[in-house]
Ligand binder design. Structure first.
Ligand SMILES: [Zn+2]
Length: 83
């Protein structure tokens, strides 16, 4: 299930909800104050998928493309895991 980011117009707070993709976003209420005046911002799940597909559009890379194969022993860069 994707995570949805909302902004509440009443209490000015951002909140994130785990909702099925089929949920009616117009009927979502604020998790802080219960106000129906929330603004849907974006889906975290969707932005993750877009990041993956953008990366996969590059030409396939094999280990032989790297002069220094030790790069594969390094931990995954933090900014990738936080996308
Ligand atoms: Zn609120």
């Amino acid at each position: 299930m994707p995570l949805y980011e909302y902004f509440c117009d009443d209490c000015q707070k951002e909140f994130t909800l785990l909702q099925p993709a089929s949920v009616n976003k117009e009927e979502t209420t604020c998790s802080e104050c219960g106000s129906p005046k929330v603004t849907y911002k974006f889906s975290i799940f969707t932005s993750k998928i877009q990041g993956v597909s953008a990366a996969s559009k590059k030409k396939p890379v094999t280990e032989d493309d790297f002069p220094n194969k030790d790069i594969f022993k390094l931990p995954i860069p933090r900014h990738i895991s936080e996308l």
